[in-house]
Design a binder for this molecule. Structure first.
Ligand code: IPE
Ligand code: IPE
Ligand code: MG
Length: 246
């Protein structure tokens, strides 16, 4: 079957039922490369195209927040050559994409820790994203050197240092303000590619009531058509948040 044109599918999408915030667990790059007898990094490089397509569609649909899981705190356990390649790829691509981010009025930022990264590297990538910080359009978070558990612990420490005498006043409603996603709505939808059915330490606190969409498609094959399929599926969900309709 010929690949469906995404514009055709787009007609079926009810624009009132779009998520505000979508998180992407971009998985399957290695398997995609392996199928082609190529090294793992070849898959990571191919995955950049998917990310671009998703961002483009996000702009077309006027989505407000996208979060991409780019490198986890657990990914340091991979071979050194892969880790180095990934870090280089991230910086290199970011540099290349800045003009487009500016053109599209996109605010880009990192959520994650600088722990383990060289100071120069961290400064360089931070100043790259800072160039977008006057933009007022879609917000794109790169979860980079990110771990959900670390974010929660760091959030708790932040709360304690800012409110040393009020530790017993901390509420679930307030706690989000101490996380790296402070001020942003929780993700409505988490999309994971490559068929794995787990969160892998992604947005643990924020995804309490997120709808989860898992596709067998490997990340480098994920495109606008695949994304609209996920959005159509999301639009058909009945989100109850623990309640019950009369
Ligand atoms: C996901 O692809 C991207 C990152 C973790 C950075 P993988 O590298 O995990 O690909 P698979 O899961 O081995 O196919
Ligand atoms: C999750 O993918 C991390 C990113 C997509 C950056 P992994 O491939 O690292 O997750 P596991 O190891 O399969 O859980
Ligand atoms: Mg993986």
């Amino acid at each position: 079957m010929a690949k469906q044109d995404y514009k055709q599918l787009l007609n079926e999408l009810d624009r009132d039922k779009l998520p505000k915030h979508i998180g992407f667990i971009m998985d399957g790059n290695g398997r995609w490369a392996k199928k082609r007898n190529k090294p793992h990094l070849y898959g990571h490089r191919a995955g950049v195209k998917s990310l671009r397509q998703v961002v483009e569609l996000g702009v077309e649909l006027k989505l407000q927040y996208l979060t991409f899981y780019a490198f986890s705190t657990e990914n340091w356990s991979r071979p050194e050559s892969e880790v180095k390649g990934l870090l280089w790829l991230l910086k290199d691509q970011l540099k290349k994409e800045i003009p487009e981010l500016m053109e599209q009025n996109i605010y880009a930022q990192f959520i994650g820790t600088s722990i383990g990264l060289e100071k120069n590297y961290w400064n360089e990538v931070s100043s790259l994203v800072a160039q977008t910080h006057k933009n007022t359009g879609m917000i794109v978070n790169f979860a980079f050197n990110y771990g959900g558990r670390l974010e929660i612990i760091e959030g708790f420490k932040k709360f304690m240092s800012m409110n040393p005498d009020k530790w017993d006043k901390l509420t679930p409603e307030d706690f989000g303000n101490y996380l790296w996603t402070a001020g942003q709505p929780d993700p409505d939808l988490i999309i994971r590619t490559s068929g794995e059915k787990r969160l892998s330490n992604f947005l643990l606190w924020q995804s309490a009531y997120a709808e989860i969409y898992i596709t067998e498609t490997l990340w480098p094959d994920f495109d606008k058509t695949e994304m609209i399929k996920a959005l159509l599926d999301y639009a058909s969900r009945d989100r109850r948040f623990g309640g019950r309709k009369e």
